[in-house]
Write a new protein. Structure first.
Ligand SMILES: *[C@@H]1O[C@H](CO)[C@@H](O)[C@H](O)[C@H]1NC(C)=O
Ligand SMILES: *[C@@H]1O[C@H](CO)[C@@H](O)[C@H](O)[C@H]1NC(C)=O
Ligand SMILES: *[C@@H]1O[C@H](CO)[C@@H](O)[C@H](O)[C@H]1NC(C)=O
Ligand SMILES: *[C@@H]1O[C@H](CO)[C@@H](O)[C@H](O)[C@H]1NC(C)=O
Ligand SMILES: *[C@@H]1O[C@H](CO)[C@@H](O)[C@H](O)[C@H]1NC(C)=O
Ligand SMILES: *[C@@H]1O[C@H](CO)[C@@H](O)[C@H](O)[C@H]1NC(C)=O
Length: 508
């Protein structure tokens, strides 16, 4: 009760200050309970009113009144013909509400600022643009450190201007609530005691215990003998993708997808598109191939069982560089101009969801079990997303360098590249660094899991290295490429394909 009182007092004071005594800020009461305050923290990355509402409700049904209040357009204040939510930047609760209010309107950030000396919530795609009229609280930047630390799901980049007050207790509460079979039970029970966790990683225990790594079709271990050297498009890097029948697909800059028979090392087929540079390849569960074209912002779907293979073409607004297929056959189709990760229905190409949080190009997205995704970006963060909520559940801030590839090890650990030359392996549960693989002498570009569970990496040092993923020791150093090695793909046979400007090596 005391808490409520103090809230009302703060609210009252700020209203006096701004000379806006009004009952419009009902949400300070309905959203001010401990549980709803927590739910606001969890939902900071929601997007669109429907998803934001759902997120608040999923966390605790009590918060639907809070949602009604913060999404009620009648609660807005009209200043100079523009509607604003009032927001006092000194109140952490109002700061969170402002952010979610903006997210519900499909705008990336909400910042509490002043317009004509009235404290309001300003929605912006880039808080850096709000240089005028910002209060000191709203411009506090979060400093990055060189040490790699896991952070809770708040905005942490150095360039962001969200308040520091939102950095605590922002992770979901219960360890079971994400599991769809237990949602109804746990939704009704979150309490203050379960939410008052200082360790922001406890909620991942469900995640790690139910982790079922991909079972390889065999446990073949690479001998490191070069089987074939194939020649693709020498003018560009060629994205590689192993196909279920043992073949290998490679992209080109002239619109052809080459299909290679890797048993005998011959080019057996071309899929020809009107679009040119192929940046990404992915597979649907029925074996259909998905290709992403950078310049044309297009995705195509191919049925390889047909001679006339092209079955669908979708025009998209995003850069398909980080294209991947989710277990339900939805596509991560790329990232849009605001660096949101876009999810589309692969049957009709419609946008289903946008994941908002990155602030720079996204290099790779991988699917994790139980509806999670991991993404790495030029913004130097690795984010773990809960797709059901559309929110970040873990944010790994790489500090000084970015990761351009990620891989989920069979142990359930996440491997990602840091500092260019070394691969760090993290425990997703507690964010601890488990081990580091060092040995490359230049930037690493891609990671690939081998059939025996070990990890391969391609590098600008012209080598491909194979690491024992259990103890980090270097097992194989594959040398044959003359230039930097870009893409890797593990074939169904267990062999490894590596690529350097169209030179494709098949390693047995
Ligand atoms: C208070 O809110 C009501 C309804 O939204 C509005 O009509 C009124 O003008 C507001 N009062 C002030 C002082 O802003
Ligand atoms: C910012 O403040 C200045 C005066 O300090 C004012 O003229 C201007 O309209 C304000 N800008 C916004 C967006 O409120
Ligand atoms: C691969 O699996 C088979 C059967 O599960 C087993 O007999 C064999 O020893 C395994 N080989 C290696 C190298 O682990
Ligand atoms: C595929 O395209 C390449 C390069 O354009 C060409 O050299 C090759 O003959 C084609 N192969 C087939 C099987 O069509
Ligand atoms: C193509 O053929 C393979 C092998 O017969 C089959 O497993 C696969 O499902 C087929 N793909 C489609 C899209 O029908
Ligand atoms: C790692 O494990 C492999 C295979 O078990 C073994 O050969 C190697 O010596 C180990 N390396 C270290 C550093 O323990």
């Amino acid at each position: 009760m005391l808490k409520y009182l103090s809230l009302v007092v703060i609210l009252f004071a700020s209203q006096i200050e701004s000379n806006l005594i009004n009952e419009s800020k009902l949400w300070s009461i309905t959203c001010g309970s401990d549980t709803c305050s927590q739910s606001l923290s969890v939902c900071l990355y929601c997007y669109g009113e429907r998803q934001c509402r759902q997120c608040l409700f999923n966390f605790n049904q009590e918060c639907s009144a809070c949602a009604d209040d913060i999404f009620d357009k009648n609660n807005l204040e009209n200043i100079n013909g523009k509607d604003y939510l009032l927001c006092d930047s000194s109140d952490p609760l109002q700061v969170k509400i402002c952010h979610i209010h903006c997210r519900s309107r499909n705008i990336a950030y909400g910042v509490c600022t002043k317009v004509q000396n009235i404290p309001v919530c300003e929605c912006t795609a880039d808080p850096g643009l709000l240089t005028t009229n910002k209060t000191t609280t709203a411009t506090t930047t979060v400093s990055t450190t060189q040490t790699t630390t896991w952070q809770s799901s708040t905005i942490t980049s150095a360039t962001r201007t969200l308040p520091t007050s939102t950095t605590t207790a922002t992770t979901p509460v219960s360890t079971t609530w994400r599991d769809s079979t237990t949602t109804t039970v746990t939704r009704t029970v979150p309490t203050v005691t379960t939410t008052a966790t200082t360790g922001s990683f406890s909620s991942l225990s469900t995640f790690s215990t139910t982790l079922k790594p991909i079972n390889p079709s065999n446990n073949y271990s690479l001998t490191g003998v070069l089987k074939f050297k194939l020649t693709g498009d020498k003018t560009n890097r060629n994205v590689l993708l192993a196909l279920p029948n043992g073949d290998l697909a490679s992209g080109t800059s002239y619109g052809k997808i080459h299909i290679w028979n890797t048993k005998i090392g011959v080019l057996k087929r071309n899929l020809t598109s009107n679009y040119k540079t192929i940046w990404s390849l992915s597979l649907l569960s029925n074996g259909n191939l998905v290709s992403g074209y950078y310049d044309a912002k297009t995705i195509q779907i191919w049925d390889l069982n047909r001679t006339d293979s092209l079955i669908k073409t979708f025009q998209i607004d995003e850069n398909p560089y980080c294209l991947t297929t989710l277990p339900n056959d939805d596509l991560v189709s790329g990232f849009d101009l605001s660096y949101n990760i876009v999810l589309r229905d692969s049957t009709n190409g419609f946008v289903k969801q946008k994941l908002v949080g990155h602030i720079h190009s996204i290099y790779q997205v991988i699917s994790l079990p139980n509806g999670y995704l991991a993404s790495c970006s030029e913004d130097r963060t690795i984010k773990i997303w809960n797709l059901n909520l559309g929110s970040v559940v873990r944010n790994f801030d790489n500090g000084q360098s970015y990761s351009n590839s990620l891989a989920l090890l069979n142990s359930g650990y996440l491997a990602g590249i840091v500092q260019g030359n070394s691969i760090n392996v993290w425990n997703l549960e507690d964010g601890n660094l488990v081990r580091s693989f060092t040995g490359h002498t230049d930037r690493i570009f891609r990671l690939a899991i081998l059939n025996d569970g070990n990890l391969a990496s391609s590098s600008f040092d012209k080598t491909v290295k194979v690491w024992n993923s259990k103890n980090g020791s270097l097992m194989k150093n594959l040398v044959s490429h003359s230039y930097q090695v870009w893409y890797l793909s593990t074939l169904t046979s267990g062999y490894l394909a590596s690529e350097s400007f169209g030179e494709i090596c098949i390693w047995s």
